[in-house]
Write a protein that binds this ligand. Sequence first.
Ligand code: TYM
Length: 333
Amino acid sequence: MNKKIFSGVQPTGNLHLGNYLGAIKNFVSLNNDKKNKCVFCVVDLHAITTKQDPKELKNNIRETVATFVASGIDPKRSIIFNQSQVKAHSETAWILSCVARMGWLNRMTQFKEKAGKDKEKASVGLYSYPVLMAADILLYDTSHVPVGEDQKQHLELCRDIAQKFNNDFEVIDFFKIPEPLIQKEFSRIMSLKDGSRKMSKSEPSDLSRINLTDDKDQIINKIKKAKTDIFPLPSNKEELKDRPEAKNLLGIFSSLTNTSLDKNINNFSGKNFSEFKEDLSQALVDKILPISNEIKKLLNEKKYLDEILLNGYEKANEIASKKIKKIHEIVGF
Ligand code: TYM
């Protein structure tokens, strides 16, 4: 089946192994299948739902494009663009915010996590951010959305919004109902310091994550310091249930090397973490170091990165402008 793919990544700096294994790795294989039409968006409007330094944001936008390209997304085959440039995104988000219900948004767990205890002080944008995400997806008649597990609830909301719009305005099938593409295994990479917390760029300790710009020494050091438990590696999946760190590290190794968890449990069964960590560091260096080096190289080619965004903008804008025109007609503007 020909798939229409859309996904986004926030340019908030420090893209990490979770972003790569949970999402970007999947973007690359979807990009490589000629039957697919892929759109990958640098979601800067989403980024400003929390405070950003304007100068850093500009650099982070380029760094996100560099990361896409360095990871293997071909800008000639896929559209890579910057969300704020295509005005239809913010406009559609407004229209959809009049369709989405407060009750639906009140259920979003990511808002609760990000806003923390002091909800009253969170930005309105942080609250309504899943509606903007729905606008992103629906403008491109997207059939599939590759994301990590943490975005699942937002995709369900997107489907509800699309269905309600189609029903309210009696335009059956106007918005296509997108399917999530979430990997069955390893779709939630956890912190290296705490196997019960998601690997995240907002975690204060840099030791909790492998950044895609880390060098060899940083990777080796972070794996050396990664939290484990006191037991040797397990001999079956059952044992992993109560051993979040072992589960996470074995999952990272399996995902990086495209091998099954079962096979790796067999291989490392009974071994000490120190031995396993050597293989894990090597797998990380093999996969991440070339990406890291390429990102650094591309960051010196600002003109090339800006050209990718300009080309992508033109293509994305053409698609989105047609859709928003129809939305205007349907709504009665
Ligand atoms: P963002 O920028 O937080 O993350 C980008 C992608 O990385 C995945 N991810 C992870 N996967 C596994 N383990 C982790 N620890 C981990 N951390 C992050 C995320 O699931 C995501 O796929 N709202 C989105 C961006 C967005 C979007 C969209 C996505 C905006 N519009 C439309 C899809 C379609 C976000 O903040 O992702």
